[in-house]
Every structure is written in C-alpha cells, then in structure tokens.
Design a binder for this molecule. Structure first.
Ligand SMILES: Nc1nc2c(c(=O)[nH]1)N[C@H]1C(S)=C(S)[C@@H](COP(=O)(O)O)O[C@H]1N2
Ligand SMILES: [Mo]
Length: 263
C-alpha cells in the first residue's frame, strides 16, 4: 500500500500550498463570488492557484456535470481504493445488511440528527448517469441513485458559520509513515448543494455494493474520483477543516492532492 502512495505522490506532486493555505485562512474569500467587477479581477490577479475561482466563475454554481445514456454504460463501476473496510463497527453493520446503519448529520447545524438507510431511501431521490474520473488514469460511466444532499442540509439547517462539509468514512488506508488513517473528504457549500450531489445508495439499478462504498457514498459529480467518499457515516458542517487529518481537507489532500479537484 505505501508503495502505491509514494507512486501517486511522485506522479501528482505535493505543491498545492497556494490554494490550501488560502482556504485555511478561513476569511471571506469565497464571498466575492456573489459580487461583481473589480474586486473579482483584483482577487484573481493576486491568487496563486486560480483553478477554483476560474471554474466557479466560468461554470456557475449549478452547472451540471455531463449526464450519459444507459447505452453508454459499458462496464461495472471499477472498485478502487478501499473495497472492503476492516473496521469492526463496519464489519458488524455489514453482517446485518446495514439495518443498523445510521448516517449522522452534525456540526454547525441547528438540528443534528441521523438517518437510517430506509429513511434515506424514502426521501426524494435523484438518479444520474455520469462519468467517474480517477487520477490514476481510468474512467467509468455509471448510474447513481441517492438522496440529494441539499434536502438533508435543509432539514439540518446549516448555521451561518458553516462553510464546508466534512465526510467521515469507516475505512482506513495506509498513509505511509503514520500507518492507517481513516478516509475523509470535504467540499464547499456550492458543491454540497449542487443538484447532482447525492448520498448514493444505488449503483446501476442495484443496491450500492460494498466494493463501491455501501451503504452510502457521496457523489460530487464535478469533482475527481477521490472526492467521492465511500463508506460515509458522518456529514459534519464546519467553518474550517484545519483540525482534521493534516488540515488539507481530505485523505489524499493531506498527501498532496488538490483540495479543489473540479473537472
Ligand atoms: N472511503 C473511501 N472513499 C474513497 C476511496 C477510498 O479508498 N475510501 N477512494 C477514492 C478514489 S481514489 C476513487 S477513484 C473512488 C473509487 O470509487 P469506486 O470504488 O466506486 O470506483 O472512490 C474514492 N473514495
Ligand atoms: Mo481515484
């Protein structure tokens, strides 16, 4: 496993300090997206890493990732990363077909609560056929079904201080020197409320398999594969992700990947 980690690091580099430190200062940089004119240009001129800002400005908040037709699904979704978590709590849930699973929504919300799988399945759902792009150089077109995250966030009522969501997962990956670390990810509230962002429990007309993140994995369709957390048990609204892992917003981000992996 550590061999894989170092291979990836060589390939993708670790020079992402620009955007990450910008985000972690926790100021109001994102607020300018709702404003116009010179402030935007002045800000862009100053920014080291303009990918995030350029994509947000060019694509708009709700631009959809491309959706495909059934006939374009050529193969099953290729399992990658963790495919069968060993954590005791996960193994116990899996043994009972996830009837005891609860998705917890917590952090900077007025009404923290948790949801059983049945509750999530009984809420309005969205189905979309999209392409998953992994930085390792493969893509898969697959059909995902789940509860729009925006519905859950509306029920939870985000507090004004909330700026990001952190997704906590059951599985651990070997991160090299420190040993196994639990997978986690994060996104901003634009991606969180994007119409294609779902708490997915279905894949290609079947219940989501364990290999692809059962019982719940998040789909954030405008982002790369590593921003699609599997085995999610908690969604936490936060004002900063500095206190998680090494503070870069995700398992792979802590190892050098970009936090904003928009495609
Ligand atoms: N919890 C968790 N989520 C994860 C991973 C992982 O190892 N653990 N791997 C990521 C990566 S790099 C990819 S490409 C996709 C793989 O999703 P799949 O197995 O459904 O193809 O999940 C992402 N989310
Ligand atoms: Mo990936």
């Amino acid at each position: 496993m550590s061999k894989l980690v170092y291979g990836r690091r060589r390939l993708f580099g670790i020079g992402t300090a620009g955007l990450s430190s910008l985000v972690l200062t926790g100021c109001n940089q994102f607020d300018f997206l709702d404003e116009s004119g010179d402030r935007v240009r002045a800000f862009l001129a100053k920014a080291n890493d303009v990918t995030y800002f350029a994509q947000r400005l060019l694509l708009g908040r709700d631009a959809l990732a491309r959706e495909y037709s059934e006939t374009e699904i050529r193969q099953g979704q290729r399992p990658n990363g963790s495919t069968d978590p060993e954590a005791e709590d996960y193994v116990a849930l899996k043994a009972k077909d996830f009837v005891d699973f609860r998705l917890t929504v917590t952090g900077l919300v007025e009404r923290p609560r948790d949801y059983s799988l049945a509750e999530l399945r009984n809420m309005p759902s969205r189905t979309q056929i999209t392409r998953h792009d992994c930085v390792e150089g493969w893509s898969c077109i697959a059909k995902w079904t789940g509860t729009p995250l925006s519905i859950v966030l509306d029920e939870a009522r985000l507090k004004p201080a909330a700026r990001y969501l952190v997704f906590h997962c059951y599985d651990s990956l070997d991160a090299g020197l420190t040993g196994p670390i639990r997978y986690y990810e994060s996104c901003d509230l634009i991606d969180a409320r994007h119409p294609q962002t779902i708490l997915a429990y279905g894949l290609n007309n079947q219940p989501l398999p364990v290999a692809n993140g059962a019982p719940i994995r998040v789909r954030i369709e405008r982002a790369l594969g590593y921003k699609q957390p599997k085995y999610v048990h908690t969604v936490e609204a936060v004002d900063s992700f500095a206190r998680f892992g090494r503070g870069k917003g995700g398992f792979w981000e802590d190892l050098g990947y970009d936090w904003y992996a928009g495609i």
